[in-house]
Design a protein around this ligand. Sequence first.
Ligand code: PGA
Length: 270
Amino acid sequence: MKPKKILVIANWKMTPNTLVEAKAKMAVIKRGVDKLKMTETIICPPFPFIATLSQMAGGPKGKIKIGAQDISKFESGAHTGEISAVMLKSAGVSHIIVGHSERRAIGEDTSLIAQKLQKVLAAGMIGIVCVGEAERDNDAEYLTVIKNQLKEVLIYTSRQQFANLVIAYEPLWAVNNSQNIAITAHEIHQIVILIRKYLKDNWGESIASIVKIVYGGSVTPDNAQDLVHNGDVDGLLVGRAGWQPEGLKSICQSLNIEKKKPKIKLKKKK
Ligand code: PGA
């Protein structure tokens, strides 16, 4: 069996300011990741830069894939300011992030996120749905928070659509953290087990094993390898560290090796 490529999804958020800068960054990233065989790089730029960067990347068949940071829950028509999944697809987008915590912070709830995810998957695109707790408590209530988010956002997902699903575990306290405090790989591994068990209990073993799970929150070139290998994730969702091409290149290069089994053994519950 061919080893799975590790996903490196770069969320550029509301940067850079101009198309000229975006093109310059893309050119450097392209050169840096062109020869990497074990990673798949997905750049999610702001909407106005998507079409140009997608052309630079060589379209959906290119080595670098282009993602979007959000979409509309509507398909088309009288919805001023909205952008549909199909429009993004026609501009060369293959992946779409939904439910990012920065969008939840401005009012998106899980019901809206579930509808958006459905539009992405119905358009035959890859949906990257973000889940994660705001804080950790000693009674492990955060595990219930994550399970409830999964239940609500996956409500419309059909069995066939799981093959196009990426779950991004992004604990809010680690996202955009000014001290770059990422979670430990061991903590990620526990959540990966929780998510896979949740999928298995609800949809069975085969679906639980095909869904990709990535981690996001204060990823840097220094912690990327440890988080992926010991956290047992299929990739990373990178914010600030991916805004500079050098940072993104270093992360991709550090992950360009076959994925190992996590070093940390989790104790089985008796
Ligand atoms: P960060 O952001 O890497 O800057 O913490 C991650 C994200 O928002 O997905």
